[in-house]
Design a protein around this ligand. Structure first.
Ligand SMILES: Cc1cc2nc3c(=O)[nH]c(=O)nc-3n(C[C@H](O)[C@H](O)[C@H](O)COP(=O)(O)O)c2cc1C
Length: 167
């Protein structure tokens, strides 16, 4: 079974999760990079939160529907912005056809109680299923505060805890 991990990351924690997962099994890693990179100022934060709230879809650097075609199984990792998925993941979920594919979904957020992760994962699952995918796994991960990145050790510990399910 050919597997891929798709992620978007502004501050590095979702990337850290993607890398930790890819070290666990031989999966390709695909970054959902935005064509127009974001800054890290206050206004950028407000704009990002507002875009997430209204469900915006960004323009991606790759043709994501072509990119996922060769894979039977994939994981999609979204940071949580304003209690929602990020625009790059919205674009991915809107463009991909998941017919015949198994899809695992993960969220990454600052809140250590994972507040709102249920809604984020539900909304990702609905979109995967409406694109004919089979959701096989869902899990919320703790990342770091905006502007910070979780340590490799902390992320690996979380991934190790859930790995029996992930496999
Ligand atoms: C615009 C914006 C909004 C955010 N909103 C939330 C939120 O609603 N809940 C939360 O727990 N974390 C929130 N965060 C924190 C991120 O989810 C957290 O920093 C996560 O680790 C980011 O992943 P990344 O490092 O891969 O970008 C927000 C961050 C940004 C930039």
């Amino acid at each position: 079974m050919k597997s891929a991990i798709l992620y978007y990351s502004l501050d590095g924690s979702a990337r850290c999760a993607a890398q930790a997962l890819s070290r666990k099994w031989a999966a390709d890693v695909i970054e959902l990079a935005e064509r127009k990179p974001r800054g890290h100022g206050k206004w950028d934060f407000v704009k990002a939160a507002f875009q997430a709230l209204r469900g915006a879809k960004s323009r991606l650097d790759i043709n994501v529907s072509d990119a996922v075609r060769p894979y039977d199984k994939m994981y999609i990792i979204s940071p949580v912005w304003a209690g929602r998925t990020v625009p790059a993941v919205n674009a991915c979920l809107a463009q991909c056809d998941f017919t015949g594919k198994q899809v695992g979904i993960l969220s990454v957020q600052a809140d250590r109680d994972l507040k709102g992760s249920g809604e984020v994962l539900d909304s990702m699952a609905r979109r995967v299923e409406s694109a004919s995918g089979q959701v096989v796994f869902r899990h919320g991960l703790i990342g770091a505060l905006p502007g910070k990145t979780i340590s490799r050790e902390d992320m690996e510990r979380q991934i190790n805890e859930i790995f029996e399910d992930v496999r």
